[in-house]
Write a protein that binds this ligand. Structure first.
Ligand SMILES: Cc1cc2nc3c(=O)[nH]c(=O)nc-3n(C[C@H](O)[C@H](O)[C@H](O)COP(=O)(O)O)c2cc1C
Length: 196
């Protein structure tokens, strides 16, 4: 029963995401990612969903970034998708873990060379004293790799967020929106309707 409920949530998300992609809206894969600092304060930013399957939600980033440091200290994170054209929101909560090197390598190989070099050039979340320094670093890495394939920096990889809660919100007239929550309790998946 509980596995069936999780499969249901997975299939619902897949169907909704496919619908959002089919509408050709800008950045249907954009999601807000919330993390928590060591001081207990939350922070949020947009990242792109790159893979979704039964394991959970995968995004890629610089592991030395602010979010990377926060996730290392506290793997609890939350996601929020909002597709305006569908008037639907999906909330996700869970813990992240790094994807395998093989999975990160496979995704890295699909990225454009410019983005690969950009990943080497950007010390994401560090202070950039002047814009010209970023361009200089880009050119330096471009020269360093010459015509060779650009290797994946060790600190550039993906996180898999394993959900323990997925909530589907759908706009309904009179603000009587539909909220359905799938969540794990005592190791098994549950489903509840929630007041809007
Ligand atoms: C539409 C959009 C997509 C983005 N996708 C990513 C992404 O997939 N990975 C990433 O590291 N940053 C992405 N960013 C940049 C992040 O929002 C953020 O500025 C950056 O990751 C640094 O965040 P941090 O300092 O909190 O770690 C994206 C920004 C926008 C607006």
């Amino acid at each position: 029963m509980s596995t069936d409920l999780y499969s249901q949530a997975v299939h619902r998300f897949q169907a909704l995401f496919a619908k959002a992609q089919a509408l050709e809206m800008p950045e249907p894969a954009a999601m807000s990612l919330a993390t928590v600092g060591k001081d207990g304060r939350p922070s949020v930013r947009t990242v792109l969903l790159k893979t979704f399957d039964v394991r959970g939600f995968v995004f890629y980033t610089n592991m030395h970034s602010r979010k990377g440091e926060q996730l290392r200290a506290n793997p609890n994170a939350a996601l929020c998708f909002f597709w305006q054209a569908l008037m639907q929101q999906v909330l996700v909560e869970g813990k992240v873990q790094p994807v395998s090197d093989a999975e990160a390598d496979a995704y890295w190989a699909t990225r454009q060379r410019l983005s690969q070099i950009g990943a080497w050039a950007s010390q994401q979340s560090e202070v950039l004293p002047e814009r010209a320094l970023l361009d200089k670093r880009f050119m330096e890495f471009e020269q360093r790799f010459g015509g060779q394939p650009v290797p994946r920096p060790k600190h550039w990889s993906g996180y898999l967020l394993e959900p323990r809660l997925i909530e589907f919100w759908q706009s309904r007239p009179g603000r009587l929106h539909q909220r359905e929550r799938y969540f794990i309790e005592h190791g098994s998946w549950q489903w509840q309707l929630i007041y809007p």
